[in-house]
Design a protein around this ligand. Structure first.
Ligand SMILES: Nc1ncnc2c1ncn2[C@@H]1O[C@H](COP(=O)(O)OP(=O)(O)OP(=O)(O)O)[C@@H](O)[C@H]1O
Ligand SMILES: [Mg+2]
Ligand SMILES: [Zn+2]
Length: 336
């Protein structure tokens, strides 16, 4: 799991690689051009002497320095023009010796006027999304690949279909209006109804909008909490696990209730929910249990936290997994 700092580091590393690749390409192209046309090599070497010439004139202080520099500059421009002509004459593009950067706005440095360039923003979002895919161990589940027709019953738009259409719209609205203190959701319902799918769809959407998201199942989160020290007061280290789940803009706590039931695990779950809700930071909790069943498992303390801060969304219908499988089989059958 990467911290915000590590995500930035990874993005900068990628920019560095882009710059390095351009340098390599530049050298390869120069070698090619010089092999094809000897004159280019001579002119290129002449151009490279410019800085030495300027330094010499600065040291000698003999003549009018401004005028000398102006002359050198003009000479340099002439050489550049000549090189371009020779490149074209030899059927090479005029910018062959200066390959284009990945991003022309920032020259692959990631900043324009001290502001983050859009290419750096894009890189950060891509790395964050990739991390979410890795954490969930699922393909990229989005609003676009969520199918409402799976909730049709015998092809009919029954109340279940209408209910799930409203759930879909609600989740989209949550993602579009998301901010760092917009509350959270409790998604409950039987297995295979799309809870994980829609919570990840929300996460990918908010990452696109520049936020961060972290996905954990309740068993994973408990394991990680218990292997580190789960008290925030004693664990202020920026890179600590507790700091990570505190700082992320959205925390998805999946499969609540599937963890091994023990007093220690229950108090770890309470810590997490308490931590996020008391800071007013968004959390999405997914569970197969009804709110009443959750109350029996975790007690009133957890439930009152959930009810007072999260919007409850119930998922209805029948398991979509077999429907998806049978659609896949039908597709293969048609293709054969
Ligand atoms: N409406 C849907 N459109 C497309 N794919 C769906 C839909 N519903 C479920 N799926 C797919 O079916 C699989 C199971 O769905 P998902 O994991 O979201 O269910 P769940 O409600 O989280 O189930 P569980 O309670 O067992 O965790 C996933 O691969 C998911 O992408
Ligand atoms: Mg799930
Ligand atoms: Zn850029």
């Amino acid at each position: 799991m990467l911290t915000k700092k590590e995500i930035f580091k990874k993005a900068y590393k990628e920019l560095e690689t882009r710059r390095l690749n351009r340098k390599i390409k530049e050298e390869e192209n120069l070698k090619k051009a010089c092999d094809i046309c000897e004159e280019i090599e001579v002119l290129y070497k002449q151009m490279n002497l410019t800085s030495i010439k300027i330094a010499r004139s600065l040291i000698s202080k003999k003549s009018d320095i401004t005028k000398t520099i102006e002359n050198i500059k003009n000479e340099n421009l002439w050489v550049q023009k000549k090189i371009k002509e020779l490149l074209i004459k030899n059927n090479l593009p005029s910018n062959f010796l200066n390959p284009k950067p990945f991003c022309e706005k920032c020259d692959d440095y990631g900043f324009v006027n001290n502001e983050r360039c859009s290419c750096l923003e894009k890189l950060i979002k891509t790395i964050t999304s990739e991390q979410l895919i890795e954490q969930s161990n699922l393909p990229k589940l989005t609003f676009e690949n969520f199918k409402l027709n799976l909730y049709l019953e015998n092809g009919e738009k029954t109340s279940i279909f209408k209910h799930m259409s409203a759930v879909f719209d609600e989740c989209k609205k949550f993602a579009n209006n998301f901010n760092t203190n917009c509350g959270g959701l409790l998604m409950h319902g039987l297995t295979g109804l799309g809870k994980t799918h829609l919570s990840l769809a929300i996460a990918f959407k908010i990452i696109e909008r520049g936020y961060t998201a972290l996905y954990e199942t309740s068993s994973q989160i408990i394991r990680n909490m218990l292997t580190t020290n789960f008290s925030l007061k004693e664990n202020k280290n920026e890179d600590s696990y507790i700091s990570l789940i505190t700082k992320t803009d959205l925390l998805i706590l999946d499969d609540l209730g599937c963890e091994f039931s023990s007093q220690l695990n229950k108090s770890a779950i309470f810590e997490i929910i308490n931590l996020r809700t008391s800071l007013n930071k968004p959390i999405i909790i997914n569970t197969n249990y009804t709110p009443e069943e959750l109350e029996k498992i975790y007690g009133e303390r957890v439930i009152s936290r959930i009810f007072s801060t999260l919007k409850i969304i119930s998922f209805k219908g029948s398991d979509n997994r077999p429907k998806i499988e049978s659609q896949k089989i039908k597709k293969t059958y048609i293709q054969i």
